[in-house]
Design a protein around this ligand. Structure first.
Ligand code: HEC
Ligand code: HEC
Length: 276
């Protein structure tokens, strides 16, 4: 930083008190980590027994909506895709233990952690895509979309429960936060039929999204959307792998859990500048 700006700012702090501190803080602000630009994601499928063939995203979403009653969100997401691939390819899909994924309901056995349909979609990416770097990018795209998109949007042909849920923005990939957020917006209890219908439709939404992503990656037409989260990017400038504090490994929306403390607002920039 320019020494003169620093001096002026330092003078400001003495003369202007609080206002000066503000100037000083701004003068020390690091350049925010720039968002990754959307780009084509290259993936060369290798020989795998777990083949893929284009699926109709709307049909797949409808299947997920229907399977929901058999085993809830994660199970329904997995079964909607695996059952269609089993019809096309037979084994090993026919023997795939879809029952396993009932564990994912309610954020893993009702524990309220990661949303089950997201967990299911990520598992499908893990099953069908062998490159870990490609998996990570696709998962981040999907999760960030889920944090930001007003959902549910899916409209079933034959609703299991005739109620059209209001949409909410979850701001979180956690079952607990996503659900409770919706309950506050919609005014229903978490164990209501309305909330369950909301999750059922969201299962269809996420399934539609992951089927679309899988079609695109196998057709060599996948563009990383990197739905940027400016706040997270700003935080990660200092706390992420490129930053000096480098004490977090997280891509989630930070604000869903952290509010910036006053101390942080005032001192983080200066402190950061002075750090090794
Ligand atoms: C300019 C760099 C910078 C940015 C940007 C930044 N921080 Fe920090 N943060 C710091 C520093 C420096 C500390 C003190 C770390 C230490 O002493 O180990 C800190 C501490 C923290 C702490 C722990 C204690 C406290 O003061 O609350 C949390 C939590 C935190 N930051 C979260 C965030 C979040 C969330 C964001 C984005 C809204 C963010 N930070 C943005 C530099 C930064
Ligand atoms: C699901 C909730 C959640 C989300 C989302 C989250 N954090 Fe945290 N974070 C925590 C918890 C819990 C801790 C443990 C200690 C605490 O409460 O400060 C923590 C700790 C931290 C600390 C260390 C604090 C210290 O005292 O040293 C930093 C820095 C931090 N988080 C930054 C971030 C950033 C940046 C993001 C977004 C990219 C983020 N967090 C997203 C829950 C969360």
């Amino acid at each position: 930083m320019d020494r003169r700006i620093a001096m002026k700012a330092a003078a400001g702090i003495i003369i202007g008190g609080g206002a000066g501190l503000f100037t000083l803080t701004n003068a020390f602000k690091p350049e925010v980590q720039s968002a990754e630009k959307p780009q084509k994601l290259d993936y060369k499928p290798d020989e795998s027994a777990w083949k893929y063939a284009r699926l109709d995203p709307v049909v797949t979403a409808g299947l997920a909506y229907n399977y929901y009653s058999e085993g809830s969100c994660m199970y329904a997401t997995i079964k909607s895709v695996v059952s269609q691939l089993a019809e096309k390819f037979g084994e090993p899909f026919t023997s795939f233990p879809v029952h396993l994924f009932k564990y994912g309901h309610g954020g893993v056995g009702g524990y309220g952690s990661v949303c089950g349909t997201l967990n299911g979609a990520a598992a499908l990416i893990g099953l069908l895509i062998t490159d870990k770097n490609v998996q990570d990018k696709m998962i981040a795209d999907l999760f960030r979309w889920y944090e930001k998109e007003p959902l549910p949007a899916f409209s079933p042909n034959t609703p299991a429960y005739d109620y059209f849920p209001v949409k909410s923005v979850s701001s979180s990939v956690l079952c607990h936060a996503s659900n409770t957020n919706w309950c506050k917006t919609a005014g229903f209890k978490v164990d209501s039929k309305e909330r369950k219908e909301r999750c059922r439709r969201m299962t269809a939404d996420v399934t539609m999204k992951v089927a679309t992503s899988l079609n695109e990656i196998f057709e060599n037409a996948y563009i990383t959307r990197v739905q940027t989260d400016e706040t997270a990017n700003a935080c990660l400038t200092c706390h992420g792998s490129e930053g000096k504090v480098n004490n977090t490994a997280v891509k989630m929306n930070c604000n869903s859990c952290h509010t910036e403390s006053v101390g942080h607002q005032v001192f983080a920039d200066i402190h950061y500048k002075m750090m090794e």
